[in-house]
Ligand binder design. Structure first.
Ligand SMILES: [Zn+2]
Ligand SMILES: [Zn+2]
Length: 276
């Protein structure tokens, strides 16, 4: 038996455990492929931030850190371990939807990039951005309800001084909530596979920046006409530190109109940017 056929029988063995009756041929191989794609995105992006800020320039940049203390090694490990679980869950969902011939015809996915026209192709990114920002804000606020907080969202808040590794540090129940945006996309608006790929790549870059521990926007930004509406690392860091207020993801739109932006946000932003 060749190595390759060993691998094939290993996969089909797993496949029949994973999905009895083999409804989806080779779904395990596809699952591993998707998990690798989501995982490499997370480890690459969070890893680059971590390498630059926590390793290479740790000393030079430490005085500018939003919270002066550094997380302990066990905090990084916990964040990575929960994120690993999230990656597995995120990768499983497309298997049951996009890769499932019984479900895929009901999705709004399309195959050729120019099928909907290039105008729509680029507009879809804006739509995804606004949909995700809205979905995240409201799901996040619901997860802070005292009756469910400790079952769903508390794991993410174990990081009171987050590092970029916290980007996907969710309890499995929260991972399911967070993957809801993917499900929403593929059942409501026409999307190409490249939309999914590029959008979630952008998303992890912004998400990891929100947990970075340093502010990258310039001094005064939070008070500019555009900066007023954009979420920052200071804002999300405050959310992790105090648990209350600043629930947004990419924008501060919902926080501002719902009155959930912390009153000390602008002052804290400036205080952080004044650090030398
Ligand atoms: Zn929260
Ligand atoms: Zn967070």
């Amino acid at each position: 038996m060749s190595l390759n056929s060993d691998w094939q029988s290993f996969l089909s063995g797993l496949n029949s455990i994973f999905l009895p009756g083999k409804i989806i041929p080779m779904s395990v191989e596809k699952f591993l492929q998707i998990a690798l794609s989501i995982g490499s995105r997370y480890y690459l992006v969070a890893g680059v931030y971590f390498l630059i800020f926590y390793v290479l320039f740790r000393r030079a940049l430490s005085s500018k850190k939003i919270q002066a203390a550094f997380p302990a090694n066990k905090d990084y490990l916990r964040e990575m371990a929960y994120s690993f679980g999230t990656i597995i869950l995120f990768a499983a969902v497309p298997i049951f939807i996009v890769q499932n011939p019984a479900v895929r015809p009901y999705t709004t996915l399309y195959d050729r990039m120019n099928e909907m026209g290039w105008g729509y192709y680029w507009f879809a990114y804006l739509l995804m951005f606004l949909m995700h920002d809205t979905y995240f804000y409201w799901a996040h606020r619901i997860m802070h309800h005292p009756s469910i907080f400790k079952w769903v969202h508390k794991v993410h808040h174990l990081s009171t001084n987050p590092s970029p590794w916290a980007a996907y540090a969710f309890h499995p129940l929260e991972s399911i909530v967070e993957t809801g945006i993917f499900v929403l996309f593929v059942f409501t608006i026409p999307v190409h596979q490249s939309h999914i790929y590029l959008f979630f790549f952008f998303s992890i870059i912004y998400n990891a920046y929100g947990h970075l521990g340093w502010e990258l926007y310039p001094a005064g930004f939070s008070k500019t006409w555009i900066g007023k509406w954009i979420n920052t690392s200071v804002s999300h860091n405050q959310h992790h530190k105090y648990f209350k207020g600043n629930y947004g993801l990419y924008l501060l739109f919902w926080d501002r109109i719902m009155g959930t932006l912390r009153e000390d946000y602008d002052a804290t932003f400036e205080k952080v940017k004044q650090k030398t």
